[in-house]
Design a protein. Structure first.
Length: 185
């Protein structure tokens, strides 16, 4: 697939199933992430791969977060939260490990991790797989970060779900962009 075709046609999957990206594809996905723009070559992006039975651990972390932040929540909602970790065969949690002591602003380091996440989604799509980018309250919770082994000051920029697109394919509807573009004269 030509790069421009991947850029224009990429869409988030509505549902994902097996197979997950194979080992070679995953290597290329990470290699694409590593080519994200990175001011100062600080390499701020961090990646946690979650697959197979380890998804139960991620599901437990998500459910614990929900129980802690919504103490009245019912078992049905907790189970739904646990199952989020099973909506794809492979998950990569992408975080920004920012250094506030350097002169590159933290927002630029965070943006670099976001750019890495986008590159990963595009690479997966170009190689015949697909992905979803999710966050939610859990992404911004310190206990979740700690449970997943990130540093306290790391910022989770996304839970990226990878697999093979299944079910009804989402159309690649692109919003109009012309009304958001100005030219300085
Ligand atoms: C930082 C970030 C966080 C997101 N978090 C969520 C989320 O938690 N839940 C969700 O349904 N979509 C989320 N999205 C949006 C979807 O990933 C997706 O981009 C959007 O639904 C548009 O679909 P498309 O990618 O097919 O254009 C997020 C996107 C970004 C960039």
């Amino acid at each position: 697939m030509q790069a421009i075709d991947a850029l224009l046609a990429r869409h988030s999957a509505r549902a994902l199933t097996e197979p997950a990206p194979d080992a070679g594809t995953l290597e290329l996905i990470f290699a694409a992430a590593a080519r994200a723009p990175d001011h100062g070559r600080l390499r701020p992006a961090r990646f946690l791969v979650v697959r197979g039975a380890a998804r139960e651990r991620l599901g437990a972390v998500l459910a614990d977060h929900l129980r802690r932040t919504h103490p009245q929540i019912g078992e049905e909602s907790l189970q739904r939260e646990r199952l989020k970790a099973f909506r794809a065969p492979l998950i990569v949690v992408v975080a920004a490990h920012c250094d506030s002591a350097v002169k590159i602003p933290v927002i630029e380091q965070t943006l670099s991790a976001g750019a890495a996440a986008h590159a990963m989604m595009l690479a997966a799509f170009a190689l015949g797989f697909n992905a979803m980018w999710k966050t939610g309250e859990a992404a911004y919770d310190a206990t979740v970060r700690q449970a997943l082994g990130f540093e306290p000051t790391d910022a989770i920029v996304g839970f990226l779900y990878f697999g093979t697109e299944s079910g009804e394919r989402a159309p690649a509807v692109r919003s109009e962009w012309r009304d958001r573009v100005r030219e300085l004269r």
